[in-house]
Structure formats: structure tokens, C-alpha cells
Design a binder for this molecule. Structure first.
Ligand code: IPE
Ligand code: IPE
Ligand code: MG
Length: 226
């Protein structure tokens, strides 16, 4: 195994391919989402083991509201249930739980759970675990620009929902798609990208480590000369 001589501070993942994973097995799409929760658990453990400080996951996009109602509802309940179930693990390992996105569109069950788990874990500081729910990059820039104008300010960054969180060093997308799908637009300005064919429910610790090894081999120049 290669040595990881550069650990990214913030890893962000576009978790894609749950539906295809289920279809390959002749199962309903929702089974892919269930299995995807196991991948989230595995990757979270890896971050704790390897010393990644921020893990952010694209769980539900603004565009995903356009899916059939049954799938949307299944995803909403799954996210609420998973957040509640993981609370003891978050407390044991010092994980702070944060949700970013358009909370107005979420139902009471999910919003209450988010508030509860966020406030109970607010003092934890080993890993910040961020779920992007009902999020899109254009929505974020739009709401930030509006609030910036209201405040009469001249810089947009403090108004993005990610204010105070370092930009992702590494963005991983699973399932072979090579696009951002309206995820972090502003914040991805200098991110390294790793695209893998693995479907999200199959993406476990070995895949995560391989992505970090790929990141460690990259030369980040930020426009300068070395
Ligand atoms: C990712 O898997 C989960 C969400 C976008 C909510 P998909 O549900 O997009 O799975 P595919 O892309 O259809 O296989
Ligand atoms: C991106 O996946 C959104 C999330 C992973 C939450 P999609 O499956 O919605 O993206 P497209 O439609 O293939 O671009
Ligand atoms: Mg998809």
C-alpha cells in the first residue's frame, strides 16, 4: 500500500449510482440508497482513521426534488433515520454533524432530527460531517448574493452556506459520471477531482484510500510556479 503523505483537509463526495446498483441486482432503487448508508459509515470511519477534518457528502440535490414522490419520501425518511442511528457513533468519535442546503423545503421530521443531532454534536471537533440536502451550487450563490446586497457587503464568500468551512481539497464522484451536477460551484474553484466507476454502494474503505492516494500524487500549483 502506498504511503499517504498528503491528507486532504476537506474531502467532498458526490455519491452517485445507488439506483444502478439496485437495478443490477433486480431490486428497487431504494435498496441502493439503503446500501449507500453503509458506504457513508465506512467512509466516515476512514476519515476518522486517516485524520481528514471535513467530510462533506452530496446527499440530495435541488434537482432531485423532480424524482417520483415515493423515492423523494423514502430518501427523506432514510436520511432522518440514518442521522438518528449514527448519533452514538458521532458522540463516541467526536463527529460534528452539519446539514447545508435549502432547509425550507424539508419536512418537519427531517428538520427536527437535523436540529437535534446538530445541536447535540455541536461541541465535537474531530471530524466535521456535512450533508448537503436540497442543495445546489446556483441556489447557494443566488441566496448569498441576495443576502450580501441586503447587508450592503462587498464580498460574497461570508454569505455562502459553507462560510467558515475550507473549500474541498478533493471532490470524488462515483458511478462513472464526470460532472458536477450543480454541486459546489464557487467552492470547487481549486479542488482536485477524482472520478471512479464504482457505484456508491460498493464504495468502501479501500476505494476511499485509493482516491486519497490519487490525491497525494497530484501537484497542486494554485496558479503559481514551483
Ligand atoms: C445517488 O444515486 C443518490 C441520489 C442522487 C439521491 P442515484 O439515485 O442518482 O443512482 P443512479 O444514478 O440512478 O444510479
Ligand atoms: C447528483 O446525482 C446528486 C447527488 C449525488 C445527490 P444525480 O444522479 O442527481 O445527478 P445527474 O442527474 O446524473 O447529473
Ligand atoms: Mg445518479
Amino acid at each position: 500500500m502506498e504511503k499517504l503523505n498528503k491528507i486532504p483537509e476537506h474531502v467532498s463526495i458526490i455519491m452517485d449510482g445507488n439506483g444502478r446498483w439496485a437495478r443490477e441486482r433486480g431490486k428497487e432503487r431504494v435498496n441502493g440508497h439503503f446500501e449507500g448508508v453503509e458506504s457513508v459509515r465506512a467512509v466516515t470511519e476512514s476519515c476518522i482513521e486517516l485524520g481528514v477534518r471535513y467530510l462533506s457528502l452530496f446527499a440530495f440535490s435541488e434537482e432531485n426534488w423532480g424524482r417520483p414522490d415515493a423515492e423523494v419520501q423514502a430518501l427523506m425518511s432514510l436520511m432522518a433515520r440514518a442521522a438518528r442511528n449514527e448519533l452514538p457513533v458521532f458522540m463516541e468519535h467526536g463527529v460534528r454533524f452539519v446539514v447545508l442546503g435549502n432547509r425550507e423545503r424539508l419536512g418537519t421530521e427531517l428538520n427536527d432530527t437535523i436540529d437535534e443531532v446538530s445541536s447535540l454534536t455541536a461541541g465535537n471537533d474531530r471530524l466535521v460531517f456535512i450533508l448537503f440536502i436540497s442543495y445546489s451550487g446556483k441556489w447557494d450563490i443566488d441566496q448569498a448574493a441576495r443576502r450580501m446586497a441586503e447587508a450592503g457587503a462587498d464580498s460574497i464568500e461570508p454569505f455562502l452556506v459553507t462560510a467558515g468551512i475550507p473549500d474541498p481539497d478533493l471532490i470524488i464522484r462515483t458511478s462513472g459520471e464526470k460532472r458536477l451536477s450543480n454541486f459546489l460551484l464557487w467552492q470547487a474553484a481549486y479542488s482536485e477531482f477524482v472520478f471512479v466507476d464504482t457505484l456508491w454502494p460498493d464504495f468502501r474503505k479501500d476505494c476511499f484510500r485509493a482516491a486519497l492516494e490519487e490525491f497525494a500524487s497530484r501537484d497542486r500549483r494554485f496558479g503559481k510556479i514551483k
